[in-house]
Design a protein around this ligand. Structure first.
Ligand code: FUL
Length: 688
């Protein structure tokens, strides 16, 4: 009898402890999302027809022969990605022009009709094999928008697109991610398509059930709402998914997610290593600096996102050497910045779920990411104290929630033990899958991590700490209206800046920058900052200038008399901009007097750089004149494709050079048709 009672007591105790596991909170990730959350950094490759036509958005009218890489080598891409520490490659299998990188049965606009490898080539085959060889995941970008396909704009196209998907998803092995672009413009017959999203999703689920599907609205992973590389400091993995759809107008909501959102749809942060997504030789010196890439690393991977960094493969079919250099510099830096100082140290907490050892604080510092510390049931605040054992110098803290049971933390802070107690050194809002805080370097023996506000009892699975090398900020080069170039390094104390004007890399021995350099006719400046008696250097930065606006005036901005502020559109200052109400009937026209006849090869437009979109020009026409009265027919007209999502400087070459003294820029359409204004940060010319 006594035995039976003991047995009963044991059974009920065991049942009790089984039941005593923290309950899930809110929306939780699916297994395929959890697998994706284990990744952090992989490559986007934009390589397709646009590479050969120098466009960002092709028109679908290209002849397939224009696609002709001379040395295409997907193994080089894979090798570079692997060495850079990336985990996979997502390739633009089909972009808005409809050209397919594989010999699709469902279109004539594909590699099968190009001269490349006599129409027998297949980029997806080469790349999927290279990915396998290098142990990388293989993913595909497909644009539903198709400016070439004759069926686009009719229900038949949805069937074509599903068949196209089927080809891509059944012939190349495992696909880890399917990237659906949200853009939906007009097809060759001028019609837009009503997309069959449920059908597209079903097709992916059928042929690649483990693949995550990306779009503005998920269903598995979402766009971060910008193409700059920055996730929100507050970043909920949850989203009211039924409210959001591809090309969702309030896309800025995607940056923060929706607290208490109904579904788990975390962010993937996509940005390019250069200004454009596709390769343009004119951007060969415009790779993001190491400091910029590092900042993006912390703002994507470090803000609850995965980072999809784009490499614009060039016309040879190779990742350009300048891009490789930057990738390797980033890898070298992050290798130094992630040596964990907290592994295996002592950790305690003031709150543990059912006081069980299964959920003890020690789980946070062990190597496993499957075990976690759980605070007492119902606790919304708790602290973790880490004893580093000896004075330790650090400036980064990585923290991860046990997201399988939902995202909970709303606010947390980090304090370091100093002589007279704990002092707060950093704080944050959400954590999610992964958050990295940066703070000024501190030396301490103990760290306290406080969960200050949580939606349910906090569950933390991992913490690491690092002492990342400080980077010397690359100098900023700018030229004013008079053509005088200044080089500054605002966040560095007492830097020595050296520079060159002959295209060579600046060294410690190069000319020192002590006063503004005159470059009114244009040229190339490369600069670098040095500190610590010239022992440490920033990465080099390059700026290329065409003729300055020293002699220019704004003659008219569509108003009878241009306002004084109009000079902002030619002042050389990227941060200032001119904005004016649109004219009622005709397009808003800006007329420049260049002060002398110039051999014009093209023009440049820089949209406002303050992060706002109002007035950004989408469609334009440019005409020229000798006297400012008689105007040529437009010497260039078109659209600044993708300028809304990626508001970088645009350089457009004329079909034929023009010699003229006056230039007229007509803003025919802004990115938001309903917008009442037109805005310009800078208007310039190309004379080289
Ligand atoms: C955008 C596209 O329109 C761009 O061309 C680029 O592919 C980018 C990644 O997504 O929506």
């Amino acid at each position: 009898m006594r035995r039976l009672t003991l047995l009963a007591a044991f059974v009920s105790f065991s049942l009790l402890s089984i039941a005593q596991t923290p309950a899930p909170y809110g929306a939780v990730p699916s297994p395929r999302q959890l697998a994706w959350h284990k990744l952090k950094y992989y490559a986007f490759v934009h390589f397709n027809m646009n590479t050969f036509t120098n466009e960002e958005w092709g028109h679908g009218t290209e002849t397939p022969d224009m696609f002709n890489p001379t040395q295409l080598d997907c193994r080089q891409w894979a090798k570079v990605a692997k060495e850079a520490g990336m985990e996979g490659i997502v390739i633009t299998a089909k972009h808005h022009d409809g050209f397919c990188l594989w010999p699709s049965k469902y279109t004539e606009h594909s590699v099968k009709n190009s001269k490349w490898r006599n129409g027998k080539g297949d980029v997806l085959k080469d790349l999927s094999e290279a990915c396998k060889e290098y142990g990388l995941k293989f993913g595909v970008y497909l644009s539903p928008w198709d400016r070439n396909h004759p069926a686009y704009g009719t229900p038949e196209y949805n069937e074509v697109f599903k068949k196209t998907l089927q080809e891509v998803l059944t012939q190349y092995g495992d696909v880890f991610e399917v990237w659906f672009d949200g853009a939906n413009g007009e097809g060759p017959n001028g019609k837009k398509q009503v997309y069959d999203w449920p059908g597209f999703i079903e097709t992916v689920r059928k042929y690649q059930p483990n693949a995550v599907i990306f779009s503005d609205a998920g269903p598995d992973i979402r766009w971060v709402g910008n193409e700059d590389g920055y996730a929100g400091e507050t970043n909920w993995s949850t989203l009211n998914r039924d409210k959001v759809y591809p090309a969702y107008p309030n896309y800025w909501e995607l940056t923060l997610g929706h607290e208490d959102g109904t579904h788990w749809v975390p962010t993937e942060v996509n940005c390019s290593i250069r200004p454009g997504w596709y390769y343009h030789a004119s951007e060969d010196n415009k790779e993001k600096s190491l400091e910029h890439l590092v900042d993006i690393y912390y703002s994507s991977i470090g803000r609850n996102g995965n980072w999809l960094l784009n490499l614009p493969v060039d016309r040879r079919g190779l990742v350009h050497e300048n891009d490789v250099k930057q990738l390797m510099a980033l890898k070298a830096y992050t290798d130094k910045a992630t040596h964990n100082l907290a592994g295996g140290k002592k950790i305690t907490s003031n709150s543990v779920f059912s006081k069980a050892s299964t959920f003890a604080a020690g789980n946070v510092l062990d190597a496993s990411r499957d075990t976690y510390w759980a605070a007492a049931e119902g606790a919304k605040q708790a602290t973790l104290d880490i004893d580093l054992g000896k004075p330790t110098t650090l400036n980064r803290l990585l923290i991860e929630e046990y997201i399988a049971l939902g995202q909970r933390v709303k606010k947390f802070s980090v304090a370091a033990w100093q002589k007279d107690g704990y002092q707060t050194i950093a704080s944050g809002t959400t954590i999610g899958n992964r958050r990295i805080l940066r703070f000024p370097t501190v030396t301490t023996t103990k760290i306290r991590v406080s969960i200050d506000e949580s939606k349910a009892s906090p569950l933390i699975r991992h913490i690491e700490m690092y002492n990342a090398p400080e980077l010397i900020v690359t100098p900023v080069i700018s030229r004013n209206k008079e053509g005088m170039v200044t080089i500054v390094c605002p966040k560095t104390t007492d830097p020595v800046i050296t520079y060159t004007t002959d295209g060579s890399e600046p060294t410690a021995q190069s000319k020192r920058f002590t006063q503004a350099v005159a470059l009114p006719q244009g040229g190339v400046i490369k600069a670098r900052a040095f500190v610590d008696n010239m022992k440490k250097a920033s990465s080099p930065v390059t700026a290329e200038f065409d003729i300055s606006s020293a002699k220019w005036t704004v003659v008219s901005t569509g108003d009878a008399v241009p306002k004084k502020e109009a000079v902002r559109l030619i002042d050389g200052n990227a941060d200032s901009f001119w904005q004016q109400r649109k004219q009622a009937e005709s397009p808003t026209s800006v007329v420049l007097d260049l002060g002398e006849e110039l051999p014009l090869k093209g023009f440049t437009y820089l949209p406002r750089q303050d992060g706002k979109k109002a007035g950004i020009v989408y469609r334009y026409a440019v005409s020229v004149s000798q006297d400012g009265k008689t105007w040529s027919a437009p010497v260039s007209q078109g659209a600044f494709n993708n300028i809304n999502n990626n508001p970088v400087g645009q350089a457009v070459r004329f079909d034929k050079p023009q010699t003229a003294r006056f230039l007229k820029f007509d803003a025919l359409e802004t990115t938001e048709a309903s917008d009442a204004t037109v805005s310009i940060a800078e208007l310039g010319v190309l004379t080289r």
